[in-house]
Write a protein that binds this ligand. Structure first.
Ligand code: SER
Length: 607
């Protein structure tokens, strides 16, 4: 079945059952609580709580959409069978009504089964479903357990999981959420690990693929971590169109379906290489180029922060592979055209000529960046300068030393992603751990200088460290708010992986205290606060309430960084521009640093 037929059938099926089609919203979310739109429900949040009535804006309580989504958390997975950064999420909604006036759990489950089995012709025997087993204050989803059985899914094919797998949302710190029930499709033994308990969410294999998530939005999570029942019930469902297409076309991955395969064929032609020999590289080009096209079409431009950085990273990765494969100039032209042929009927915005221009500009910039580094890389390899065999790399006979790779990165701005790919292709071991250690060593040295005295990061910081620096400011203010003003900074140390913050406090912080601190920081992140820099005199800065704990050590003119109206500190920077870029703040450890001084270690995860 062609992907366009699946699209049509989905629309018709739900239209016939009284659903209204809502156009996909932009990848740039309207509310800024997330960096990029990552789920179909994002545009409906305010209707789930009853804050706004869906009827007023959409004239219907039953809706469907085919939503453009982008998940940054999946960038590292690209190349496998089941992940895409950019994908379309198809879903149906039933908002503010129950089983009597519309549908809730039973109606949603029945519709999902009917669409998959009767309209798509999928074999129900290959379905394994999951339900919420109960956790925190929320009870087990007994209703769904019964409904699945009543509708032909036997007990042994119903598995139960906790909140990590079967409780969805909120997407921000607070908000609507609820237990979910998923349909997983059994791809067969050849994809399996043969373990006895193999099933949905198996950690060892990808035999079972999640193909529909049905969320029953009936709770609201409060800022203190507690839950309350929403005044209304809602259904929010979503499935990946690419995954379903792969199943409908009996392919092991979406790359082999009509949504990608014309691109793969073109790539085989222009590279003179076989897809089966270079699956990962081909898939990365497909995924990243497509993601770039859709991001640019929605107005994102490459930069070093936020969404712009996401675009830059994926685009450069694809360009890097094209470069190493020796593609000729404008290699992307025909590929863009193929994507346009597949998608412009549904997403007119991808016909924008800006897409090609921006890709071209970014390619020029990137090739300039790697030019000298590449020469040096070749020299290192050819002459064996700084090129040694490391005992740590067992797989490869040859390895590039951590010292050399860091030298290339630091002196020539040679991108790490590119270097890693290059080494993999040439069968040269890349010592990632060693590279990170070099990076840290270097940061420690540069930060030991004058900037550190003023609480800054130094000029060599990379984006991750900059994010952690802004998170440090948020943490500092959260500590003051939760523990009192005496919790003042005593020291700070940031790598590109974690922050470490020392502050005055006489005793161990309780688990609840830590949770409150973490929640407050995440709350500020989700609010998407702007980070502003202002130059002023030290005196004025202190008078205005800015913090600065290195008395007598500041120059007369200082920079004051404010985060919304939450934090205000004298600091040398650098910082990110909006807290929405930070992701999810997580405290790893709280311990004693010295008498009367506590230490917190924390990280930022992607959303
Ligand atoms: N919100 C759920 C998801 O993204 C279902 O649409 O999986």
């Amino acid at each position: 079945m062609l992907s366009s037929e699946i699209r049509e059938k989905f629309k018709k099926f739900f239209e016939k059952r009284g659903h209204k089609i809502i156009p996909s919203s932009s990848l740039i979310p309207a509310d800024e609580t997330v960096l990029l739109n990552s789920a179909g429900m994002q545009q409906f949040v305010k209707y789930f709580t009853g804050e706004k009535d869906i009827l007023e804006d959409f004239g219907n309580r039953h809706l469907i959409s085919m939503q453009k989504c982008f998940r940054t958390g999946d960038i590292e997975e690209i190349g496998d069978d089941t992940h895409n950064t950019f994908f379309e999420m198809f879903g149906n909604w039933s908002i503010g009504i129950d089983e009597k006036t519309g549908y809730f759990k039973e109606g949603a489950i029945k519709l999902a089964l009917e669409f998959f089995v009767e309209t798509m012709g999928l074999d129900k025997k290959k379905f394994c479903v999951t339900i919420f087993k109960g956790e925190n204050e929320i009870p087990r989803d007994n209703e769904s357990f019964e409904i699945w059985q009543k509708n032909g899914i036997p007990k042994e094919r119903i598995r139960e999981f906790g909140a990590k797998d079967n409780f969805w949302g909120p997407t921000a710190l607070t908000g609507p959420c609820g237990p979910c029930s998923e349909i997983h499709y059994d791809r067969g033994e050849k994809f399996g690990c043969n373990a006895q308990n193999c099933g949905p969410n198996c950690e060892k294999c990808k035999r079972f693929v999640e193909i529909w998530n049905l969320v029953f939005m009936e709770y609201y999570k409060n800022a203190d971590g507690s839950y309350k029942k929403l005044p209304q019930t809602n259904v929010d469902t979503g499935f990946g169109f690419e995954r379903l297409t792969a199943i409908m076309q009996d392919k092991s991955s979406a790359y082999e379906t009509d949504l990608f395969y014309p691109i793969i064929q073109k790539l085989e032609k222009i590279s003179n290489k076989n897809y089966n020999d270079f699956k990962k590289e081909f898939r990365i080009i497909c995924d990243h180029l497509k993601g770039s096209i859709f991001l640019i079409a929605d107005g994102v431009e490459p930069s070093n922060i936020g969404r712009g950085y996401v675009l830059r990273r994926i685009l450069r990765r694809a360009i890097g592979i094209a470069f190493r494969f020796g593609f000729s100039e404008n290699w992307y032209q025909d590929l863009i055209k193929i994507f346009q042929d597949i998608y412009s009927e549904f997403y007119n915005e991808i016909n924008n000529p800006k897409i090609k221009e921006i890709i071209k500009q970014e390619e020029n910039k990137f090739l300039k960046t790697i030019e000298n580094g590449l020469k040096e890389f070749e020299k290192i390899i050819a002459n064996g300068i700084r090129y040694i065999s490391l005992p740590t790399a067992i797989k490869n006979e040859k390895n590039i030393s951590a010292e050399s790779s860091f030298y290339l990165y630091q002196t020539y701005g040679f991108p790490v992603d590119f270097m890693k790919d290059l080494c993999a292709e040439k069968n040269i071991g890349f010592d990632e751990k060693g590279f990170k250690e070099e990076f840290k060593k270097h940061q420690d040295i540069s930060r030991a200088g004058a900037e550190k005295k003023f609480g800054g990061l130094g000029k060599t910081a990379d984006y991750k460290a900059v994010k952690l620096h802004t998170a440090t400011h948020l943490l500092h203010w959260a500590l003051r708010e939760i523990l009192g003003k005496t919790a003042q900074q005593m020291g700070s140390d940031i790598t590109n992986e974690r922050l470490r913050f020392d502050f005055a406090y006489p005793r161990k912080i309780t688990k609840q205290g830590l949770e409150k601190i973490e929640d407050l920081v995440n709350n500020k992140i989700r609010q998407g606060l702007d980070v502003r820099k202002q130059e002023t005199t030290y005196k004025k800065a202190i008078e205005s309430g800015a913090l600065g704990f290195f008395k007598n050590k500041y120059p007369e003119i200082v920079n004051v960084y404010t985060v919304g109206d939450f934090s205000k500190e004298i600091c040398a920077g650098p910082h990110i521009s909006n807290t929405a870029e930070l992701g999810n703040f997580k405290i790893l450890k709280e311990e004693s640093s010295s008498a009367g001084v506590r230490r917190i270690k924390a990280i930022l995860n992607e959303f």
